[in-house]
Design a protein around this ligand. Structure first.
Ligand code: HEM
Length: 474
């Protein structure tokens, strides 16, 4: 069967019965992925019962991302149990498009601006905490990944649910979130057995769902009383309330043109539905932003000349007042900081592969049709390291976004995917990374000892430096 499906594309000539290369995939190795991508534009492998086609060129990757009639995002079986089968991310076709439209209002410019004060508060809190940690440690190097993951989790929670969640709950979610990531890795046993990774992951996901549902109930009360919306949850609830009022006016016989139709008319969502959606936001953001942030801070420590330029720009956009609070206008003016964020995302893209499931036989090339039921995985990394689009792609060069033509390479910019499932949080994620490094450049200093492994890639859902002790923040 494997040989039949493989036909002419590159891949092993045989597979271990049943499990395929499961054992090597448990500890995925970037060099092996890279070897697979460079082995041919299409290559294959078989894991458990799944036949997997890997697409490495930009054009194949785009063709897959943009073929919703043939493919849908593929998640490991366990994801249905963790995120719940009725979760919106599992919707397909029109149902997915419609649900997504209802979420767009949560990421408009105006919405993003209203989340900034909350984010800045979290940055202030954590930068102070980092300085205390460094002082307590006598300014000796400390592994900082756990602290940074906590910061990013706290920023996400503040943006998603404002002050409805206690600090203790944020800390617990940050501590336990890697259990969810580990359970949802591409290769895992597909059933939940007590005390295994998937079992711990399910428990953590249940806890997060419960916390978000409690926040939703609180937001509904506060927004109904006319409170000011300052997080994603509040904005969603406000839209629901406005939609309900509109429906009531229509039902009372008010003419549609006088009934005050909101931009987006939403149905009523239960606390649990809202909490499932917020969990998908957290799931989508936590690892990807942790990855981007880790690389960005490390790369800036190793190339202080770039960090100096960020500092200069940050002071300039604040008219010399380092305590000025952040606005969207300021972020718009941060040309250099934006270039650093974009180059970090290009150079070390957090999401290197996006698995899709083939719904019906999919003719990917003249010679090859991916059989229905296979998994097909477009790679973002190769498009982002394509020397034709980004000359000298292995060099970290922010200027390519300012004086070069990197900005014009929109077809290669696959950091956030493309097509109907492109990242919903892409603007938010980039602004958040700019705000974070910008503020950090003014308030803290940090150092990193360069080693031969510093920029080598370790894969754990997303990608991280192989040595994750970026010493120290002061
Ligand atoms: C640097 C950070 C991030 C990166 C690199 C990233 C990357 C991606 C990628 C590659 C996809 C798949 C796109 C596709 O299949 O075409 C995706 C989907 C998604 N992302 Fe992000 N993401 C990031 C941050 C975020 C944040 C902060 C949020 C939420 C606030 C978010 C929400 C989502 C959602 C909801 C989806 C699924 C969309 C759908 O299926 O319709 N992401 N992201």
């Amino acid at each position: 069967m494997y040989i039949y499906r493989k036909r002419g594309i590159v891949g092993p000539n045989w597979k271990t019965p049943f499990i395929g290369p499961f054992l090597e995939s448990v500890n995925p190795d970037f060099e092996k992925y890279y070897a697979k991508w460079t082995s041919g534009p299409l290559s294959c492998v078989s894991v458990f019962h799944k036949f997997v086609v890997i697409a490495s060129t930009r054009d194949y990757a785009r063709k897959i991302f943009n073929a919703p009639a043939y493919v849908k995002p593929c998640v490991v079986d366990i994801a249905y149990k963790l995120l719940r089968p009725q979760n919106w991310v599992f919707l397909d076709g029109k149902a997915h498009v419609d649900y997504r439209k209802g979420l767009n209002g949560l990421f408009t410019r105006q919405a993003l601006e209203s989340y900034l004060p909350g984010q800045e508060e979290v940055f202030d809190h954590y930068f102070d905490a980092f300085i205390q940690t460094s002082k307590k440690n006598g300014m000796k190097p400390v592994p900082w990944m756990p602290d940074f993951r906590e910061l990013l989790c706290a920023v996400s929670c503040r943006t998603f649910v404002g002050h409805y969640m206690t600090e203790a709950a944020v800390k617990k979610i940050a501590d336990d979130f890697y259990l969810i990531t580990a359970a949802l890795e591409l290769v895992n046993f597909p059933i939940i057995i007590p005390f295994t990774r998937t079992w711990y992951g399910k428990k953590a996901a249940d806890m997060v769902l419960d916390e978000f549902a409690k926040c939703s109930a609180k937001s509904k009360v506060r927004m109904a009383a006319g409170g000011e919306p300052n997080c994603i949850l509040d904005r969603w609830v406000v839209q629901m309330i406005a939609s309900e009022k509109y429906r009531e006016r229509l039902a009372a016989g008010v003419a549609p043109e006088d009934a005050g139709k909101p931009d987006i008319v939403l149905r009523e969502f239960t606390d649990f539905e809202i909490s499932m959606t917020l969990l998908t936001f957290l799931f989508a953001s936590q690892d990807a932003t942790s990855s981007a942030c880790t690389w960005m801070f490390q790369i800036m420590a190793d190339r202080p000349e770039f960090l100096d330029k960020i500092r200069e720009e940050q002071l300039a956009v604040r008219d010399g007042d380092r305590n000025a609070r952040m606005t969207l206008d300021m972020l718009d003016k941060m040309t250099y900081t934006r270039a650093i964020v974009k180059e970090t995302l290009r150079y070390r893209p957090p999401v290197i592969m996006v698995p899709y499931m083939v719904k019906k036989d999919f003719k990917l090339s003249e010679d090859y049709t991916v059989p229905k039921g296979s998994m097909v995985i477009p790679t973002t990394y190769m498009a982002l390291h394509d020397p034709e689009a980004y000359p000298n792609p292995e060099s970290f060069d922010p200027d390519r976004w300012i004086t070069g033509d990197a900005e014009k390479q929109t077809k290669n910019w696959l950091v956030f995917g493309t097509g109907p499932h492109y990242c919903l949080g892409q603007q938010y994620a980039q602004l958040n990374l700019m705000a974070l490094i910008g503020k950090a450049s003014l308030e803290v200093d940090w150092k990193h000892e360069i080693t031969p492994l510093s920029e080598k890639i370790k894969v754990f859902a997303t990608i991280f430096p192989q040595v994750r002790t970026v010493p120290f923040l002061a």
